[in-house]
Design a protein around this ligand. Structure first.
Ligand code: AP5
Ligand code: MG
Length: 215
């Protein structure tokens, strides 16, 4: 089974993707994570990617399609969760073609619907474990023991360079201009499912589970 998690910055895509990885052994393909890895590579491409991401703009289709193609080629079994990809109509077309080449199809596109007012609080409170990538929030999902990761016991945490008010404004603009047309695109293809992303993490996860079980 292959699904897309679609939603604006802070909608909860990575939070739900990690739950599905744990529960169903699916493979999470996050272009945001891949690009953050490229940013630290010290290459010329890494520097260019860092500049674009820190401003909150989209990286070129060519780069992200190449990254996804590479990861899909090396992965087996489990089914894919596309987190933060596709983000443009060109990327959506490319994904359809890549899945077809692998003899696969898209089973559901889950739009995580939220309102913009909630996103600022979500984004400004987020922090992640530097060791295992577990995602937390100062108010809605703190670690059980202050300063210690629930998953791996790590004690070093990160906040993202693009998680500030200016970059968020730009990220939202990019979402509405370039990514939100995908909602109509997948609706027309009959694959769109909508979940309430404003509910608490457990309730969103239950709604996602329901979609997957009937897909
Ligand atoms: P990316 O890393 O994909 O970021 P994003 O889309 O902006 O989304 P986020 O990761 O910020 O949010 P999320 O939906 O994963 O929310 P999370 O679960 O963390 O992309 C970053 C950048 O990379 C882009 O701006 C662009 O430059 C580039 N890029 C990436 N992909 C690209 C592509 N395909 N094409 C071109 N460029 C690309 O949740 C947020 C917080 O809320 C967390 O703290 C969490 O604990 C909390 N939370 C989650 N769910 C709930 C809930 N239900 N209730 C309360 N709190 C919750
Ligand atoms: Mg994310």
């Amino acid at each position: 089974m292959n699904i897309i998690l679609l939603g604006p910055p802070g909608a909860g895509k990575v939070t739900q993707a990690k739950i599905l990885v744990d529960e169903r052994g699916m493979i999470q393909l996050s272009t945001g994570d891949m690009l953050r890895e490229a940013k630290t590579s010290g290459t010329e491409m890494g520097h260019r990617v860092a500049e674009v991401m820190n401003r909150g703009q989209l990286v070129t289709d060519e780069i992200v399609i190449g990254l996804i193609e590479e990861k899909m080629a090396g992965a087996t079994g489990g089914g894919f969760i596309f987190d933060g990809f596709p983000r443009t109509l060109a990327q959506a077309d490319a994904l359809g073609a890549m899945l077809a080449r692998h003899g696969e199809k898209l089973d559901a596109v889950i739009e995580m619907r939220v309102d913009d007012a909630a996103l600022v609080a979500r984004i400004t409170g987020r922090f992640t474990c530097a060791t295992c990538g577990a995602v937390y929030h100062d108010q809605t999902k703190p670690t059980a023991k202050a300063g210690v990761c629930d998953v791996c016991g790590g004690t070093h945490f990160l906040r993202r360079a693009d998680d500030n008010a200016d970059a968020l404004k730009q990220r939202l603009m990019e979402y509405y201009k370039k990514t939100s047309p995908l909602i109509g695109y997948y609706y027309a293809k009959g694959s769109l499912e909508v979940v309430d992303g404003l509910a608490d993490i457990g309730a969103v996860s239950a709604a996602v589970r329901k979609v997957l079980d009937k897909a």
